[in-house]
Unconditional design. Structure first.
Ligand SMILES: Nc1ncnc2c1ncn2[C@@H]1O[C@H](COP(=O)(O)OP(=O)(O)O)[C@@H](O)[C@H]1O
Ligand SMILES: [Mg+2]
Length: 353
């Protein structure tokens, strides 16, 4: 087993630079998710690693072996795509055996390995079926088994859960994560779904327009992103233009807070996650604003509050609180210390939503 190193990877199509000097390390056995809006170059990066696309510049290493230039079938990488891409006329067993027959393994070994791989994805009972006799989720589990049966050095996933309905997506996501951990295969997982990215990743890499915006483990990238783009793409956030004074800031509705990272260049505003701000009815004290919108979601309630001329999203978790009516004067309690975001070239991700 070995890690992957991608250095200076550039891919130019006629008009577009789909990738523009991407550097990326995937440590041995880890799973990195590539997250970004449609067209930012995720698939092109994955296909370059797989060897299906030839990069214009740059190199790819597996451990200390340079692999760009090695044909795809000799890279020993397993791939799972959005469309299940099983061979339609072959049984589940044959779909898995195919890659092993290509490698000229003995028949008994092939039978053993296929059975093991199908067992891992809980599909042993389906070995004799054709793909069209399976549901989408089952087909995707077979595709996963086919990717791992070759004992790959690297696993590559391109939005493998996008075609499945929400419940199935969640359960398959959890199975996939458990399997990747257990096998310890170095993996790249492409998605445009931020929940998926956070649930699966050892590290998340945010991409925009052929470049990496920033990267980090899910917790620090969610809590303390550098750029506004990241904060808005990874979940939702309020970006509030506050008046800055040293390590203090004054919010539009009058409250003051400390800033945990004062003095950054090119500030776009302070980030306040909707789930980190508390809300209470003003009850005679000076209100900060009033409820403009309310959405009851079962597990919680989302509000939009008009406060000091800005619209602030507030999410209240749980079902134990009384719902607050539209028009009610309220007070807001943001966290004690706020995180300042940089504007950056990528600007706001809200516009893309
Ligand atoms: N074969 C191709 N020919 C021309 N342009 C392409 C080709 N493949 C991808 N592109 C362009 O490269 C950019 C990145 O595409 P892609 O890697 O598919 O993005 P993503 O997977 O993030 O949606 C897009 O602008 C896309 O239109
Ligand atoms: Mg894509």
């Amino acid at each position: 087993m070995a890690g992957l190193s991608i250095r200076g990877l550039t891919k130019a199509f006629d008009q577009v630079r789909a990738l523009d000097g991407v550097d990326l390390e995937v440590p041995d056995g880890q799973l990195v998710t590539l997250l970004g809006p449609s067209g930012c170059g995720k698939t092109t990066l994955l296909r370059s690693v797989a060897g299906i696309t030839d990069p214009t510049e740059g190199g790819i290493w597996l451990g200390d072996r340079r692999i760009d230039g090695v044909p795809p079938e000799r890279r020993n990488f397993g791939m799972v795509f959005q469309s299940y891409a099983l061979f339609p006329h072959m049984s589940v067993f044959k779909n898995l055996a195919f890659g092993l027959e290509m490698r000229r393994l003995p028949r008994s070994e092939i039978r053993k390995r296929v059975a093991q791989a199908l067992h891992l994805v809980d599909m042993e009972a389906m070995a004799g079926r054709l793909p069209r006799q399976l549901s989408g989720g089952q087909q995707q589990r077979v595709a996963l088994a086919r990717a791992i049966v070759i004992e790959p050095d690297v696993l590559l996933f391109d939005e493998p859960l996008s075609n499945l309905d929400a419940k199935l997506r969640d359960s398959l996501r959890d199975q996939l994560r458990a399997l990747q951990r257990r096998l310890g295969v170095t993996s790249i997982y492409v998605t445009h779904d931020q929940v998926e990215a956070m649930a699966l990743a050892d590290e998340i890499v945010i991409m925009f327009s052929g470049e990496i915006v920033e990267r980090g483990d899910p917790v620090s990238l969610y809590r303390r992103p550098i750029f506004r783009f990241t904060a808005e793409f990874l979940g939702r956030t309020n970006v509030i233009e506050a008046r800055l004074d040293g390590d203090r800031c004054r919010l539009p509705w009058g409250d003051e807070r400390s800033v945990e990272n004062p003095g950054i260049d090119d500030p776009a505003g302070v980030a306040i996650r909707p789930e980190d701000i508390a809300i209470s009815t003003a009850n005679g004290s000076d209100p900060h604003g009033e409820i403009a919108e309310r959405m009851f979601l079962g597990a919680g309630t989302n509000y939009v509050v008009d406060a000091g001329g800005v619209r602030v999203r507030v999410n209240v978790a749980g079902t134990q609180n009384d719902l607050i009516d539209i028009g009610t004067p309220v007070r807001l309690t943001p966290p004690k210390s706020l995180h300042l975001l940089r504007r950056g070239r990528h600007g706001s991700a809200e516009a893309l939503a």
